[in-house]
Design a protein around this ligand. Structure first.
Ligand SMILES: C[S@@+](CC[C@H](N)C(=O)[O-])C[C@H]1O[C@@H](n2cnc3c(N)ncnc32)[C@H](O)[C@@H]1O
Length: 320
């Protein structure tokens, strides 16, 4: 679980990252230390319940990410990793029907971005669903970061079935721990992260400064619906938004574009702008907590329970 040396060496070969790798090496023994993480014993036990498999690897079939197709895996062993939010997956004979149809988001992104031979950073990568899709799209390697241990453990579950593919990895850290001005990655993904940040400009500038000159940032975030079309439109929810405590701002698309211009991105392309549907985000047997249908006004699904506009999302490709 804790063997990151190969990755550290890979990142160290990028001159602008070598100092950061020094920091990572010194922190990394704490990432999976039982003294620091009280839930780690439980996770190690959960991982140890997965069957040994002969058939290592993964495949993608019409958006479905498949592991261990010829092996027997119990539903109980997989459900121990609940909540399954990003997917879907086929693991053994089980269709892991995740809360999100992440394959739909990926379809909207992938047809517009060339990832062949690219070195990728995915900020807030969740369980790493997209890392596998990036490899499948020809990336040289894909590094995810996400500080939430249960999602990292879902990735460990997939690594168990795929084998430790040395082209994809997750570091269990937050965006704050990334170097400031490394200009090291060909493509930086920030999907579903911006609206959780305290300062949007700070996060966007950080993404820009992590990307090589001429590279791309793929940004996906919640925005206001189309009738908020002014460059001055932005919602700052005072309490919760769609029951979430940590949504800090929802700009109009025009305001978001103005932030990107101010930060001197060289081009901004809208890949998608659409309302999040009840088919794309919903509770399932594999994610039994509340989901989008519970966050919207039952009398008017264009509004959240708090009376704000229901979520629309935009996906942008911006060039550095
Ligand atoms: C809404 S989810 C988006 C997941 C995925 N990128 C997607 O688009 O489907 C936000 C993710 O950001 C992660 N996250 C939260 N705080 C973070 C931080 N400070 N740095 C990086 N990721 C963070 C969460 O754990 C979660 O997995």
């Amino acid at each position: 679980m804790d063997d990151y040396e190969q990755w550290f060496e890979r990142l160290e070969r990028v001159p602008t990252l070598s100092q950061w790798v020094g920091d990572l090496r010194s922190q990394h023994r704490h990432w999976f230390s039982e003294d620091v993480r009280s839930d780690l014993v439980k996770w190690k036990n959960t991982l140890s319940q997965l069957p040994e498999v002969k058939d290592l690897g993964f495949s993608v079939d019409e958006g479905l990410l498949k592991f261990a197709p010829h092996e027997f895996v119990t539903e109980e062993a997989l459900k121990a990793f609940h909540p399954w939010r990003k997917g879907p997956f086929q693991i053994g004979e089980h269709y892991v029907n995740t809360e999100w149809r992440s394959d739909w988001k990926w379809e909207r992104v992938a047809e517009n971005v060339n990832l062949k031979g690219k070195r990728i950073l995915d900020i807030g990568c969740g369980n790493g669903y997209y890392l596998w899709r990036m490899l499948d799209a020809g990336a040289e390697w894909a590094l995810g970061i996400d500080p939430y241990l249960p999602y990292v453990m879902q990735f460990k579950c997939m690594q168990h079935f795929a084998g430790r593919d040395d082209r994809a990895e997750i570091l269990p850290i937050g965006v704050e721990a990334l170097p400031r001005d490394a200009k090291s990655f060909d493509v930086v993904f920030s999907m579903g992260v911006l609206y959780h940040q305290k300062s949007p400009l700070e996060h966007l500038a950080h993404c820009r400064d992590l990307t090589e000159k001429g590279g791309e940032v793929i940004l996906d975030t919640i925005v206001l619906p189309p009738h908020f079309s002014e460059v001055t439109d932005c919602l700052v929810p005072e309490g919760r938004y769609a029951k979430m405590k940590n949504v800090n701002f929802l700009p109009s698309v025009e305001m978001l574009k103005s932030w990107l211009r101010k930060l001197r991105f060289t081009s901004v392309e809208i890949l998608d702008y659409s309302k999040t549907t009840l088919e794309e985000q919903r509770a399932t047997d594999w994610m039994v907590f509340e989901s989008l249908p519970d966050f919207l006004d039952p009398e008017d699904i264009d509004k959240t329970l708090e009376g704000y506009p229901a979520p629309w999302r935009v996906v942008l490709k911006v060039t550095v």
